[in-house]
Design a protein around this ligand. Structure first.
Ligand code: GSH
Length: 264
């Protein structure tokens, strides 16, 4: 089997959903690591019209690849299929490579629930946690109404998950009695909750004990540990610290000043 190719910028959480699923399924892959600042530009927007990662960048041009044949997010040379949007990528990987039903169920009643949670993740968790992180952490102007509104929504989403996971004493997973792709899809954004909510790392799940336990069950898995090891290496290669600050940045204030000046 030929390795699948994944284009990603290591900084953002979304690509790590895909990498974790690939690791869980032991599907071989190779990564094209790209920089964030180029993803809204041509020619890449021709390839992934949404200009987001998983996506492609400079390195592609550097290698003089034929852009017209270059995938926007993942490419599977075994099928010739190219897909962008993490929800679609995960569904593709499950359809094609989860032949033993390791991360999904074969029955319609459970499968529709896995899809329901995946759609909730891509539409309900990802965008709101993303905006919340932006206004809490990255946006140079601290707009209290935006921070409040997005924090409230992020906590509401956490409350939905916490309620469902706590509905029965022995409930460990969103669907049925074992882990599925639906659970894994929530990990990368939940892992950044400290930045999203602007709280210390040990307080990020305060008020959401079921989400905390669920999250920790997943971050102990070799798939996540390996994905984060890869992230650390790719961040390092891009001159970035783990939290996204360019290496050598003295502190968060200096980072915010450089963002305000458009340097970071
Ligand atoms: N719905 C998309 C979201 C992808 C996304 O927002 N990726 C972020 C990185 S985690 C990104 O590319 N942000 C840069 C930008 O929006 O310019 C997906 O699930 O693939």
């Amino acid at each position: 089997m030929q390795p699948l190719r994944v284009w990603l910028a290591p900084l953002g959480p979304n690509p790590w959903k895909v990498i974790t699923v690939l690791e869980e399924l032991a599907v071989p892959y190779e990564v094209e690591s790209v920089r964030f600042e180029n993803i809204k530009k041509l020619p890449f927007t021709d390839l992934n019209p949404n200009g987001r990662v998983p996506g492609i960048l400079e390195e592609v041009i550097d290698r003089a690849w034929d852009i017209s044949n270059t995938p926007a997010a993942i490419e599977d040379p075994n099928t010739g299929i190219k897909v962008w949007e993490t929800g679609a990528i995960i569904l593709y990987l499950i359809d094609k490579y989860d032949t033993n039903n390791q991360l999904h169920y074969g029955s319609l009643d459970k499968e529709i629930l896995c899809k329901q949670w995946l759609i909730f993740q891509v539409g309900g968790q990802g965008p709101y946690f993303g905006q919340c992180t932006c206004f809490t952490y990255l946006h140079p102007e601290k707009l209290s109404s935006a921070i409040e509104s997005y924090s409230k929504e992020a906590k509401r989403v956490l409350g939905v998950l916490d309620g469902v996971l706590g509905a029965q004493p022995d409930k460990e997973w969103l669907v049925g009695d074992r882990i599925t792709y639906a659970d894994l899809a929530f990990v990368p954004w939940n892992d950044r909750l400290d930045a999203t909510l602007g709280v210390p790392s040990d307080k990020k799940f305060e008020g959401f004990p079921n989400v905390k336990e669920w999250h920790e069950r997943m971050t102990k898995r070799p798939s996540w540990v390996k994905a984060m090891k890869l992230r650390a290496r790719l961040m390092d290669e891009q001159g970035l610290d783990w939290n996204g600050m360019p290496k050598g940045t003295a502190n968060f204030q200096e980072y915010q000043e450089s963002i305000a000046k458009g340097e970071a």
